[in-house]
Design a protein around this ligand. Structure first.
Ligand SMILES: [Zn+2]
Length: 205
């Protein structure tokens, strides 16, 4: 089966493997999504965010394709997603605040950067995908303690790493090539290398 982010040619009608920033955490049940137009405007504002600009600059320097074609406002099942050849989707039906849009965009841009810069990145390979999720969740600040407090998780020592693992595992669950056991093993196997690989940032935010 052809896949959106397998890197090969062609693209079937199949949804394919998606590398997504999950939104399956129990936080949004009662929060209304913003109107689509507002979300599109929010994406435009997010492009001015310093971290987003920094990632764009690094991608341009590396000869990667950047917007406008890279990013689309969409209706989809997670918070966002990235797939090779398809670019970044921000799932506007899940966005309630500007901050969420910016956050999703930074997370997915890290995947896009990696996909462009890393040679032979294979999303079907659990270890490759695990590495990218570890980096995206760590470097985007998805696991910053303020966000964890909003999700109802207490800040305790070492919590940031637990959060990165938890969220990486959730994203890997969407990858049909990684069973839960394989996903857990992959996360552990690549953890030290990928958690400490902060490119293109000098260090984690
Ligand atoms: Zn991700």
């Amino acid at each position: 089966m052809e896949e959106g982010n397998g890197g090969g040619g062609g693209s079937g009608a199949a949804a394919g493997v998606r590398v997504g920033a999950e939104s399956s955490e129990p936080k949004r049940a009662s929060v209304r999504a913003m109107p689509h137009e507002e979300c599109v405007e929010g994406i435009r504002s997010a492009l001015k965010n310093p971290t987003v600009r920094f990632l764009r600059e690094r991608m341009e320097k590396a000869g990667c394709q950047v917007w406008p074609r890279l990013i689309q406002a969409a209706t989809c099942s997670d918070a966002g997603g990235y797939a090779s050849g398809h670019g970044i989707k921000v799932c506007c039906n899940h966005m309630a605040f500007q901050d969420e849009i910016t956050q999703v965009l930074i997370h997915e841009l890290i995947h896009a950067y990696e996909d462009c810069v890393a040679k032979n990145l294979d999303w079907k390979n659990c270890a490759h995908h695990a590495c990218s999720e570890i980096r995206a969740n760590h470097l985007s600040g998805d696991c910053h303690y303020k966000r964890e407090l909003l999700r109802g998780f207490m800040k305790i020592r070492g919590h940031e790493q637990d959060c990165v693992k938890r969220r990486a595992l959730m994203s890997l669950k969407n990858n049909p090539y990684c069973s839960e056991t394989a996903a857990k093993d992959a996360i552990e196997a690549v953890w030290d290398i990928c958690y400490n690989d902060t490119r293109p940032f000098d260090r984690a935010p």
